[in-house]
Design a protein around this ligand. Structure first.
Ligand code: DOR
Ligand code: ZN
Length: 333
């Protein structure tokens, strides 16, 4: 049995830098025709020079793969001149509330202080991607942030806003209320709940931000993805950390899912008899929302089985040691 995907896109991925970048970039580039590259390095990717340097690192690491790295600036207040210079090189700007997650210390403290830049982005057609969490109780952080999304969507009606890695039914419900509001969802939030993270023995490899939520949230996310809701895009949030930073006190947030995304998505959509919708979920919706045409690739998956290794270097992948029924067997450019 065979299943093909045309130009799959990962609309949210972390590839880090240095040796980690060299290890993980090919794992995304081999399967995806393009991916949005998150800018939360230390220091952040918050100027054009650093962004072009970062893009060069990724292009050097991707090997022969046909892969378009879609570069993001880290949100700060930018001048019109800075944005004009950056415009043709960036896909969007990623906003982190200060301290919300890995390497976000340089993020935004008050949204109200960022409005001049939002207005410029709206005028210039630069999309805004947001890590939407408050500093409240961990299970309520996304829900509490939804009022900020609503405020921004209303105040800047032409600003294309993406709620990154949504984890709640409340966020799903907000999607339909504002034309300019979109969302990405990860693979893992379609599958796991807080029980998988902390319901039995603690599993640090499933710890991420935003934390996985309740069964009704997971069910709502999955149902929305399975029907390829037109405003929902796949964004893995694959976020590798070395095992020493995961299996320790003070575990870093993030799942490394890049190598298993497509096989697991095909498995999941097949199980729910929704394979016909997968193309839109992993590519079509993102193309339409952003008016973006990716390089043409055809990815073939077959039921030959993928044995997920225990480690990729010093990184433990999601589903380590499992055999996934589907494997990527060919990528045609
Ligand atoms: O779990 C996460 N890991 N969530 C994020 O928002 C950031 C990411 C990372 O960079 O490690
Ligand atoms: Zn992320």
């Amino acid at each position: 049995m065979e299943f093909t995907l045309e130009s799959p896109l990962d609309m949210h991925v972390h590839v880090r830098e240095g040796a980690m970048l060299e290890r993980v970039t090919p794992l995304t580039a081999d399967h995806f025709a393009g991916a949005i590259i998150m800018p939360n390095l230390v220091p952040p990717v918050d100027n054009l020079e650093r962004l072009l340097w970062y893009r060069d690192q990724i292009n050097a690491a991707k090997g022969d793969a046909t892969f378009d790295p879609l570069m993001m600036l880290f949100f700060r207040n930018y001048s019109r001149e800075e944005l004009e210079a950056a415009r043709e090189h960036i896909f969007g700007i990623k906003l982190y509330p200060a301290g919300a997650t890995t390497n976000s210390e340089a993020g935004v403290k008050e949204l109200s202080a960022a409005e001049d830049t939002f207005a410029l982005m709206e005028e210039m057609g630069i999309p805004l991607m947001v890590h939407g969490e408050t500093h409240g109780f961990v299970m309520d952080r996304e829900k509490e942030f939804l009022t900020s999304y609503a405020y921004l969507a209303e105040k800047f009606p032409k600003l294309r806003i993406t709620m990154e890695h949504i984890t709640t039914k409340d966020a799903v419900d907000l999607l339909d209320q504002f034309e300019n509001l979109h969302a990405t969802v990860t693979l893992h939030h379609l599958i796991i709940t807080l029980n998988d993270v902390a319901g039995g023995l603690l599993n640090p490899h499933l710890f991420c931000k935003p934390i996985a939520k309740r069964p009704e949230d997971q069910e709502a996310l999955l149902a929305t993805a399975l029907k390829a809701h037109p405003k929902l895009m796949f964004g893995s949030d694959s976020a590798p950390h070395p095992v020493s930073k995961k299996e320790c006190c003070g575990c870093a947030a993030g799942l490394f899912t890049a190598p298993v995304c497509l096989p697991t998505l095909v498995e999941l959509f097949e199980k729910h008899d929704a394979l016909d919708n997968l193309q839109n979920f992993v590519s079509g919706n993102a193309q339409r929302i952003h008016g973006y045409t990716p390089p043409k690739t055809t990815v073939t998956l077959e039921k030959t089985g993928m044995e997920v290794p225990a480690r990729y270097g010093d990184v433990v992948p999601y589903r380590a040691g499992e055999t996934i029924p589907w494997a990527v067997t060919n990528v045609q450019n």
